[in-house]
Design a protein around this ligand. Structure first.
Ligand code: HEM
Length: 456
């Protein structure tokens, strides 16, 4: 993996031929290429053909884009390409619709409410662990996807959806690959032309639709039964607008799809990367093991325990720093905006890469090192706030942050107090920068993460 290295500044290329090589690098090695540009300039302007992109990597500028001048931007083109799948859900919608939906969904994600999900998270983790056998290799990324879906299903939709994990993972992968290919292409066929790629994307979206419509249908039956579960989907179904109208089926579908996908894929990636990092850093794993043994004393972890597991929190922060599941956020300027006294025009794709910022030695000394200790001392508080942004920032900050942190902490605590995960292969695992940052350490070096559980 080319990620573990110090930045090697090179001047930004100029001229059309040079930009063709940048284009090729961006298409083939996006992480490395963004990293290289971020190391050269805090505001790297990339003109590729008719595309104009600005990679913004200084925390002050990021604050301008995501917080202070956020009304001048909307979400970028990459997410709009996923519209067939995500529709106008919370992740993609804008303006009044977004504000209304965010207000509606917010109560389901308040810290106190979220802490009630702890027991379900631990129980579902233990159900998964009952399948593990000492010394028998597993695809941990696949396991974490299944667990993430079960958790999202139970906590957000009040039902089991883990059995759909393979359908969701396969079709989400296909949809993300389509999005990635299309955003990279210098020329894309018009939408109405049924290219093979577009057809595969349509099929993937239709398969995901079937999963979500089944969830809504099952939930409607529970709603009609008189004792509906008090979960997010119920909240959305009962919501009424100012004129007393419920959400349309389409809106319900878009929000449910968004929460189902956003609610499991990122947490599953974070968990997989953390298992991988702990295997490669035995001293950190041993310290975490000690903390878990002392705090839990043989009991299953609870939401209340999480606040006392400070080293675990540091491990999670460090894992999200090195491998931020959302490695790139894109905004499109709708109005002119200013950074450092310089004016930039409307229509610019502004790229913010948590991956680039998190590997910047100015804010995170020895950035390639996995050192959870950096989160235990005060120095972490002295760095600029947006030098660390795994959950984004500003009004579009991840709504699922408290839920994700609780889930990741409890799953790690429940797994690691009983099991150690080892990876047989010594070669570093590759990164698969789709829309999310997945490990590429599965069977045959593909999507996934093969590891062997050993009972403690
Ligand atoms: C480690 C886990 C997670 C990470 C790293 C993560 C990261 C992010 C990031 C960076 C954004 C902002 C994107 C942008 O500004 O363009 C975001 C937004 C969002 N996330 Fe997460 N997320 C995680 C887990 C979750 C979970 C568990 C849920 C739901 C249960 C969720 C639901 C959402 C939604 C709905 C949005 C859009 C919010 C809005 O724009 O109002 N995420 N997430």
């Amino acid at each position: 993996m080319a990620v573990m290295r110090e930045p090697a500044p090179r001047p930004l290329p100029t001229g059309p031929l040079a930009w063709m090589s940048v284009y090729r690098d961006l298409a083939n090695q996006p992480l490395d290429t963004f990293f290289r540009f971020g190391a050269v300039s805090d505001r790297a302007l990339l003109n590729i053909g008719t595309r104009r992109m600005l990679l913004v990597s200084h925390p002050d500028d990021i604050t301008e884009v995501l917080v202070n001048q956020n009304r001048r931007f909307r979400k970028g083109r990459a997410l709009r390409l996923m519209h067939r799948v995500l529709g106008d859900g919370l992740l993609t919608s804008e303006g009044d619709l977004w504000r209304r939906q965010r207000r509606l969904a917010q109560p389901a994600f308040h810290r106190q409410r979220v802490s009630q999900y702890g027991a379900a998270i631990v129980e579902l983790t233990q159900t998964l662990l009952a399948e593990w056998e000492d010394g028998v290799e597993r695809d941990v990324a696949r396991d974490m996807t299944r667990l993430g879906l079960s958790v999202a299903g139970a906590c957000l939709f009040g039902m089991e959806v883990g059995h759909q994990a393979d359908v969701v993972r396969t079709n989400l992968t296909a949809a993300m690959r389509y999005g990635n290919r299309t955003i990279k292409a210098l020329w894309a066929p018009p939408r109405w032309l049924p290219s093979p790629g577009r057809q595969r994307y349509e099929r993937a979206a239709a398969n995901l639709d079937a999963v979500v419509f089944d969830i809504i249908e099952r939930r409607r039956r529970a709603q009609d039964s008189g004792s509906p579960p008090q979960d997010l989907l119920g909240l959305l179904m009962e919501a009424r607008d100012e004129e007393g109208r419920p959400m349309t089926d389409q809106q319900l579908r878009d929000e449910s799809m968004t929460l189902l996908l956003a609610g499991h894929e990122t947490s599953a990636n974070a968990l997989s990367w953390t298992f991988y990092l702990l295997d490669r850093h035995p001293a950190a794993a041993a310290r975490l093991e000690e903390e878990l043994a002392e705090t839990l004393r043989g009991h299953a972890p609870t939401s209340d325990d999480v606040a006392r597991l400070s080293y675990l929190a540091a491990v999670v922060s460090e894992s999200l720093r090195l491998y931020p599941p959302v490695w790139l956020m894109v905004r499109e300027s709708q109005l002119a905006f200013q950074l450092g006294g310089e004016e930039y025009p409307p229509g610019l794709q502004v790229l913010i890469s948590p991956f680039v910022v998190h590997h910047d030695a100015r804010w995170h000394p020895e950035p390639e090192q996995f050192r959870p200790e950096r989160w235990l001392n005060d120095s972490a508080r002295l760095r600029p706030a947006l030098s660390y942004l795994p959950f984004g920032a500003g009004s579009r900050l991840c709504i699922g942050r408290p839920f994700a942190l609780l889930e990741i902490s409890l799953v790690l605590a429940a797994v690691l107090s009983r099991w150690r995960l080892e990876r047989a292969a010594v070669a570093p695992v590759g990164v698969d920068p789709l829309i999310t940052l997945r490990p590429r350490g599965g069977p045959g070096g593909r999507d996934g993460l093969l590891m062997t559980p050993r009972r403690r």
